[in-house]
Design a binder for this molecule. Structure first.
Ligand code: PEP
Length: 236
C-alpha cells in the first residue's frame, strides 16, 4: 500500500439499510491511510474496520450548543479525522474562516487530525483571485494554530466539486506547490496537501502521477463501493 491519504466524503448519502452492504465491501481492506467520512449517525458502524474514520464536520466549541457534536465526543468514540471548511458548508451554510478556525482548534485539542478544505469558486477563478482566496483561507483558518503536524489541506476548487470538471495536471501541480510554499513561508512548517474534485476511476490514473500530492479527497465516487475500491486500488 502506498502512503497517499485517501479520503471518502460520503456526504448525506445512504439510508440505514444500505450501510451493511457498503461496509461488507470494505471488510478485506487494510489501509489506515484510507479515511471514510460517513454522516454522524452512521459513524459507530464504520468503526472497528481496518480503515480510519473521519467526521464531515464538528462543533466549534466543546459545550453549550444543543444538537451539535463536539470534537471531544468524536475523539472519544475513535474518530481520528475531522473534515473542516468544506465548500458546501462555507457557501450554503455561511461558515466563516473564524468558525473554521475554532473547529480546527477544538479538533486539534481533542487530538484529532484535521482535513482543512480550501479552494476558489468559479467566479474567483475567472477573476484570477485563486491565489489570494487560498492565502486568505489558509491565514484565517489557521490563525493561532502553532503546530501543523496534524493538519492536512484539501485543495478543492469549488467549480470542480461534483461537476466532472477537473483542473489540468499542471494547474493542480502549481497550486499545490503554491500552497506548500505559502505555508512554509507563513508558518515555517511543511504541510500535506491533497486534491479533491470530480475524481473518478478513470482520471485518478493521471492525477496519481502528481508526485507532490499527498493524497485525494473523493466525494461522489466514494458512495459506490466498487467505484471507490477501484480508485483506492489505483492509488495504492
Ligand atoms: C467533495 O464534495 O469533497 C468532493 C470532492 O466531491 P466530488 O468528488 O463528488 O467532486
Amino acid at each position: 500500500m502506498g502512503n497517499k491519504l485517501i479520503v471518502g466524503n460520503i456526504k448525506m448519502n445512504m439510508r440505514f439499510g444500505e450501510i451493511s452492504n457498503y461496509l461488507n465491501q470494505f471488510k478485506n481492506v487494510n489501509n489506515k491511510n484510507l479515511v471514510i467520512c460517513p454522516s454522524y449517525i452512521y459513524i459507530p458502524y464504520f468503526l472497528n474496520y481496518n480503515f480510519s474514520v473521519g467526521s464531515q464536520n464538528v462543533c466549534s466549541f466543546d459545550v453549550g450548543y444543543t444538537g451539535e457534536i463536539s470534537a471531544r465526543q468524536l475523539s472519544s468514540i475513535g474518530v481520528k479525522y475531522v473534515m473542516v471548511g468544506h465548500s458546501e458548508r462555507r457557501i450554503k451554510l455561511n461558515e466563516s474562516d473564524i468558525d473554521i478556525n475554532n473547529k480546527i482548534r477544538a479538533s486539534l485539542h481533542a487530538k484529532m487530525k484535521v482535513i482543512l478544505c480550501i479552494g476558489e469558486t468559479l467566479e474567483e477563478f475567472k477573476l484570477l483571485k485563486k491565489d489570494s482566496v487560498i492565502k486568505r483561507q489558509i491565514r484565517d483558518s489557521l490563525f493561532n494554530v502553532s503546530d501543523l503536524s496534524n493538519v492536512i489541506i484539501a485543495y478543492e476548487p469549488v467549480w470542480a466539486i461534483g461537476t466532472n470538471k477537473v483542473p489540468s495536471i499542471e494547474d493542480i501541480t502549481s497550486t499545490v506547490i503554491y500552497i506548500k510554499q505559502l505555508v512554509k513561508q507563513m508558518y515555517k512548517q511543511d504541510i500535506k496537501v491533497i486534491y479533491g474534485g470530480s475524481i473518478n476511476e478513470k482520471n485518478i490514473v493521471n492525477l496519481n502521477k502528481i508526485d507532490i500530492l499527498d493524497g485525494f479527497l473523493i466525494g461522489g465516487a466514494s458512495i459506490n463501493p466498487n467505484q471507490f475500491l477501484e480508485i483506492i486500488e489505483k492509488i495504492s
